[in-house]
Design a binder for this molecule. Structure first.
Ligand code: ATP
Length: 235
């Protein structure tokens, strides 16, 4: 088991955004976390990344308790976050954005190697490496956000709504990138409102409803579940 959340609760003031959620991600898996707006999906990812402290519960990554670790230590251990809405640094170049993802050994040989790997995967970023990130297209910004997360060579990638606001063709491209990254050894926890696409790449899934996990199982089982179909697959 690579990641385990055990009974994790998160509050924003008096509002409980997550109520005792437990989930696991095994090494090599793509696990989908699906749910409606405001269900707490982003909150779950921020909490794993150490950006929000849980009120209760425990988070274990690769055998280590990371519940109270700083975000930078969590990145160094091998968790990387692709935030919702492709939050690239708009006034920095593509290359500078990638450097920001390199937490370790900035400017050194490791950073250059990591950048070459990212450019190898996303040739379009290489062509545009001096362009300001804010002037990239939506799909290119998503690739940059993914590339930046890959700079720290994560074992586990947390992806928050990578398909949001993208045209169908680009959605397919992003999902084929997700599949490829996974085939090359990256474990992925994928948050998506596009439940159809998410369940088509994932091995297992969890349904989050108002801060609680209400359903879990193999992705194809969830995709065939009448409640899931009605609520998330528009059937
Ligand atoms: P979406 O798909 O719309 O992004 P989500 O499932 O990712 O939704 P979250 O963004 O995690 O949901 O939000 C969960 C709940 O917590 C929502 O009710 C939201 O309004 C609330 N919330 C999120 N961030 C804050 C905050 N900083 N302060 C107060 N409440 C917050």
């Amino acid at each position: 088991m690579l990641l385990e959340l055990d009974n994790v609760s998160v509050n924003y003031g008096t509002i409980e955004a997550l109520t005792g959620i437990s989930l696991t991600v095994n090494e090599g898996e793509i696990v989908a976390l699906i749910g409606a707006n405001g269900a707490g999906k982003s909150t779950a990812l921020w909490t794993i990344s150490g950006l929000i402290r849980p009120r209760r519960g425990r988070i274990v990554f690769a055998g280590r308790d990371i519940t109270r670790m700083s975000p930078s230590r969590i990145v160094a251990l091998g968790i990387s976050h692709v935030p919702e809405g492709r939050r690239v640094f708009a006034t920095m170049s593509v290359q500078e954005n990638l450097e920001m993802g390199a937490y370790v050994a900035k400017g050194g040989r490791k950073t250059r190697e990591a950048m070459e790997r990212v450019f190898g995967r996303f040739p379009r970023l290489l062509e545009r490496r001096r362009q300001l990130a804010g002037t990239l297209s939506g799909g290119e910004q998503q690739m940059l956000a993914i590339g930046r997360a890959l700079m720290s060579r994560p074992k586990l990638l947390l992806m928050d709504e990578p398909s949001m606001g993208l045209a169908p063709m680009l959605v397919r491209e992003i999902f084929s990138i997700i599949r490829e990254l996974n085939e090359q050894g990256t474990t992925i926890l994928l948050v998506e409102q596009n439940a159809h696409m998410a369940l088509s790449v994932a091995r297992r899934g969890y349904v989050l409803e108002t801060g609680q996990i209400t359903l879990t199982g193999p992705a194809e089982e969830l995709a065939g579940n009448p409640d899931v179909r009605r609520a998330y697959l528009g059937a």
